[in-house]
Ligand binder design. Structure first.
Ligand code: IPM
Ligand code: MG
Length: 358
């Protein structure tokens, strides 16, 4: 029997609750499809700061590096906001991404037909929206040196090398080949030199993919186009900061930030995590939506383990559960038959996985 080692990082806020539901569903799926997952649990973020005084303890990083995949909840919270930057929970996550070398962050934004009314955008504009945001994850202004803050002046540096742009572009073009064959490069080439380099490199990479249509869009326009007519996007390729912002926007186009998963790949070991944060305001109340995390677990099965049938089964179970009217509170007003707690919807999804006859 195939056996996979997963480094589980629950994190802070709603992290533990949503990860528990993802594991519940993974257990049923692994049983059904005949593979085994061995979970090891490690601390990161605020939870690690409280115990070890640092957001990414050595043993967490070591285990992540030795695992087959990292399943990650969310980190952060007000409690740790005042710490020095390198001690903050977010620094732990950024370091983990960097150390694992996961330069490609895939954030699919897909509309569930059943939830079309959950979006603040008109249904006719939304039908069929299926975007893959390909966000560069280990470069740009998040990591650029030098950076500094003094009492009355601060600066960051946005830096990209041609190699960094080339490797993420290839991921985007390869993804587009399996989709609707269009890549939109989002940048600020009318102002930024880094964006100018992105355009030069991406045009070169595009020559290797003659069947793909390449379009360019300035990031301000892209923010507008995403709500004006999201259906025009297939693969949206962009740098780290723009991708952070646009993927949150894309999630609300899809109805709730509680629905969007992500896979961070390209390095030694991938990280699979929901795109939302730790939502400390609702932590511990049993009302968080675990669907983004369960979908992230499905991405882990697909990308890290090649367990396609199990991943498909989880994704279609989630569609069926939504179709049958089960909702968490964030998406409650739209076609709800039953409002479920975090735990209840996790159990219902796992039952659907178990009973799925394909
Ligand atoms: C995300 C988050 C992170 C980011 C934070 C928590 C550092 O917003 O994964 O989108 O900015 O990348
Ligand atoms: Mg973000």
């Amino acid at each position: 029997m195939k056996r996979y080692n997963v480094c589980v990082i629950k994190g802070d806020g709603i992290g533990p609750e949503i990860i528990d539901e993802a594991i519940k569903v993974l257990d049923v799926a692994s049983n059904k499809f005949g593979f085994e997952i061995n979970y090891e649990y490690f601390l990161m973020g605020g939870a690690a700061i409280d115990v070890f005084g640092e957001p990414l303890p050595k043993e967490t990083l070591q285990n992540a590096l030795n695992s087959d995949a990292v399943l990650f909840g969310a980190i952060g919270g007000e409690k740790w906001d005042k710490l020095e930057r390198h001690l903050r929970p977010e620094s732990g996550l950024l370091k983990l991404r960097k150390e694992l070398g996961v330069f490609a962050n895939l954030r699919p934004a897909v509309i569930f037909d059943e939830l079309i009314d959950a979006s603040s955008i008109k249904p006719e504009i939304l039908r069929g929206v299926d975007i893959m945001v390909v966000r560069e994850l280990t470069g740009g202004i998040y990591f650029g040196q030098p950076r500094e803050i003094t009492k009355d002046r601060a600066f960051n540096t946005m830096v990209y090398t041609a190699d960094e742009i080339k490797r993420i572009s290839k991921i985007a073009f390869e993804a587009a080949l399996k989709r609707r064959k269009k890549v939109t490069l989002v940048d600020k080439a009318n102002v930024l030199e880094t964006s100018q380099l992105w355009r030069e490199v991406v045009v070169e990479v595009a020559k290797e993919y003659p069947e793909i249509t390449l379009e360019y869009m300035y990031v301000d326009n892209a923010a507008m186009q995403l709500v004006r007519s999201p259906g025009q996007f297939d693969v949206l390729l962009t740098e780290n900061l723009f991708g952070d912002i646009l993927s949150d926007e894309a999630s609300m186009v899809c109805g709730s930030i509680g629905l969007l998963p992500s896979a961070s790949i390209g390095g030694k070991v991938g990280i699979y995590e929901p795109i939302h944060g730790s939502a400390p305001d609702i932590a511990g109340q049993g009302i968080a939506n675990p669907i983004a995390t369960i979908l992230s677990a499905a991405m882990m099965l697909r990308y890290a383990f090649d367990e396609t049938a199990a991943a498909d089964c989880i994704e279609s179970a989630i569609k069926a559960v939504l179709k049958d009217g089960y909702r968490t509170r964030d998406i409650a007003s739209y076609g709800a038959k039953e409002i479920c707690s975090t735990e209840e919807i996790g159990t219902i999804i796992s039952d659907y996985v178990r009973n799925d006859e394909r």
